[in-house]
Design a protein around this ligand. Structure first.
Ligand SMILES: NC(=O)c1ccc[n+]([C@@H]2O[C@H](COP(=O)([O-])OP(=O)(O)OC[C@H]3O[C@@H](n4cnc5c(N)ncnc54)[C@H](O)[C@@H]3O)[C@@H](O)[C@H]2O)c1
Ligand SMILES: [Zn+2]
Ligand SMILES: [Zn+2]
Length: 361
């Protein structure tokens, strides 16, 4: 029996989102229906609403979620009804050339549920990042469900489903931050703040947080930044060099994703250092750099998809660290809101008032 539940729909370009009744079909082979407990509001949801991702309206928004598996379809063995799971948007295929080379975190053929959720009149919905979790229940591919310790707070756990995982992973997976390293993080919102936290977890000795908003610098300090730079007032490159003996940081993470912040990251790293781009640029953005500097400074210029995470490896491990008090995920939950509070939460996100608003169902 298909479920009829509430869901948050973006009906058209820049139109306000609204709560509507949606139809969630019974799970088919390889699919699962998940009762959503919590779902964070991410910048990407706003991009969907504004038409920055695609024109496949109406969207069912929400993708940073934790919940409980309610039903599974034929052939599903990895999760069972009653399991507490974090939803991920990179269910690996196990068969593509990346998976076959033993690098499933780069899977080039990730998948979502085959069936579509609809409005009551049959209109098909496009779920954000193949998830659509601003809803009482959602249909996903079983591989999008990662089982974790059910004792974890769902509001905190769900955040690993997107931005916080991207940030932590940009430091520990992509950047390879290790004990004693110096790290600079440019842009300390949800993603950059998590990169600060990940750098501390990995044992970085010096963690320099850079932002143009003092409030974000204050939270970055709580998350483990040893130094802060307000780049609206000070030259970020000079400041980072000054704080690293004149040389630059071993790893610089750009969690904004604009040409000017990428340029800062490029010049604020030490020789043979690593730049990690985790902020997402828009299609019209361009950057020009002297090729000799790209060569002469050595090291690595990398980008970080979803923190190069492997959900089955990273989610349970990070939840265990959280449960042990070694990873403060609660710090990212600025407020909890109801399903009808998404528009207001977008405004607060835009104003920089929150790290994350989390819908609790
Ligand atoms: N790579 C991934 O898989 C992935 C996943 C989730 C989000 N993201 C991207 O990460 C980026 C950050 O997301 P977020 O949720 O942290 O957003 P956010 O709005 O919470 O944070 C952005 C931060 O950057 C700061 N900032 C803006 N311009 C700046 C500048 N010129 N210099 C320094 N700081 C500046 C803001 O003050 C804010 O603190 C976005 O581009 C988002 O799309 C990437
Ligand atoms: Zn694959
Ligand atoms: Zn997201």
């Amino acid at each position: 029996m298909a479920l009829e539940v509430r869901g948050v729909i973006a009906p058209g370009k820049d139109e306000p989102v609204r709560v509507e009744t949606i139809v969630v079909p019974d799970p088919g082979p390889g699919e699962a229906v998940v009762r959503v407990r919590t779902c964070g509001v991410c910048h990407t949801d706003l991009h969907y609403k504004q038409g920055g991702i695609s024109d496949d309206y109406p969207f069912l928004l929400g993708h940073e979620a934790a919940g409980v598996v309610e039903l599974v379809g034929e052939g599903v063995t990895e999760v069972a009804p009653g399991d507490f799971v974090i939803l991920n948007w990179r269910a690996v295929c196990g068969r593509c050339r990346a998976c076959l080379r033993g690098r499933p975190q780069y899977c080039f053929s990730t998948h979502n549920a085959r069936q579509r959720m609809t409005l009551k009149d049959g209109t098909e919905l496009s779920p954000a990042l193949g998830i659509g979790a601003f809803a009482d229940a959602t249909l996903v591919a079983a591989g999008q469900c990662t089982k974790v310790d059910p004792e974890a707070s769902p509001a905190a756990a769900g955040l690993l489903g997107c931005g916080v995982m991207a940030g932590i992973g940009s430091a520990i997976n992509t950047g390879g931050v290790g004990r004693g390293d110096s790290v600079a993080v440019i842009g300390c919102g949800g993603v950059g703040g998590a990169a600060v936290l990940g750098s501390r977890l990995a044992g970085a000795a010096r963690i320099i947080a850079v932002d143009i908003d003092e409030r974000k610098l204050a939270t970055a300090r709580q998350l483990g930044a040893t130094h802060t730079v307000n780049s609206a007032q000070t030259d970020a490159v000079d400041a980072i060099r000054e704080l690293t003996g004149g040389f630059g940081a071993d790893v610089v993470i750009d969690a904004v994703g604009r040409p000017e912040t990428y340029r800062q990251a490029f010049y604020a790293r030490d020789l043979a250092g690593t730049v990690v781009l985790v902020g997402v640029p828009t299609p019209e953005m361009r950057i020009e750099l002297p090729l000799l500097d790209v060569f002469g400074r050595g090291g690595a210029l990398k980008s970080s998809w979803y923190g190069d995470c492997l959900p089955s490896r990273d989610f349970p491990m990070l939840i265990d660290l959280y449960r042990q008090g070694r990873l403060d995920l609660d710090a990212f939950v600025s407020e909890t809101i109801a399903l009808d509070g998404i528009e207001a939460a977008f405004d607060r996100m835009h104003a920089g008032d929150v790290l994350r608003s989390v819908v609790v169902l």
